[in-house]
Ligand binder design. Structure first.
Ligand SMILES: Nc1nc2c(ncn2[C@@H]2O[C@H](COP(=O)(O)OP(=O)(O)OP(=O)(O)O)[C@@H](O)[C@H]2O)c(=O)[nH]1
Ligand SMILES: [Mg+2]
Length: 190
């Protein structure tokens, strides 16, 4: 069965977003590292996969965080042909700061690496820019411009509305995400 994959750093709101999309209870919570293995849910004749997040997880050693990250990479490689769409979830209130911190250390930020990796595997990606409720109205365009830019999409972000979708899972504001998923599902079915 084809799947829609939700990926991203831990605690960005992947599981909360899927809850709002499906109405199904999935473990979600305050501390990073709630989802520890891929969780599958049926969705409109496809499957949604809620992946563990990469990066810091409370109560997990550095080794097990690395192991989880490797598992995510392998999962994507092994299932690439099956993945109709990847929804890369980011936390709008910290994304740019985290990416800049990695860049300043001359390291490739994991989220940038993941975005490129998905493209290399020819997987369609939508960036769900989550936790928009945390950003002041006046800062919203600038924040989204900054996120797009760090992923290689020059501002203004509105040029990229097919890829960048602002949402607030907490508020239940899913923007055009459902629509994007539906378009993709219809194309898979044809
Ligand atoms: N303010 C705000 N908080 C949110 C939003 N979406 C999720 N959260 C909160 O972020 C925290 C993490 O949510 P999860 O859905 O568990 O995040 P996750 O990405 O699945 O995390 P892992 O499974 O640990 O990788 C929870 O406390 C959520 O309530 C949002 O749109 N706005
Ligand atoms: Mg989760």
């Amino acid at each position: 069965m084809k799947e829609i994959l939700f990926v991203g750093r831990s605690n960005v709101g992947k599981s909360t977003l899927i809850r709002k999309l499906t109405g199904k209870k999935l473990p979600a919570g305050k501390r990073p590292g709630v989802t520890r293995k891929p969780m599958k849910l049926p969705y409109q004749g496809l499957q949604i996969t809620d992946m563990p997040g990469f990066g810091f997880m409370s109560g997990a050693t550095e080794e097990s965080q690395d192991a989880i990250k490797n598992n995510i990479v392998h999962y994507i490689e092994d299932n690439a042909d099956n993945i109709a769409l990847a929804v890369m979830v980011v936390n709008v209130s910290s994304f740019s700061e985290v990416v800049d911190r990695w860049n300043a250390r001359n390291e490739i930020p994991v989220e940038v690496e993941l975005f490129e990796f998905l493209h290399e595997l020819d997987i369609d990606v939508v960036v769900a820019a989550n936790k928009m409720d945390k950003v002041k109205e006046a800062d919203r365009d600038g924040t989204l411009d900054g996120i797009g830019e760090r992923l290689g999409m020059l501002p203004p972000w509105r040029q990229w509305i097919d890829i960048i979708v602002p949402v607030s899972a907490k508020k239940g504001d899913l923007g055009t995400l459902k629509e994007k998923m539906r378009e993709r599902i219809e194309r898979v079915r044809d």
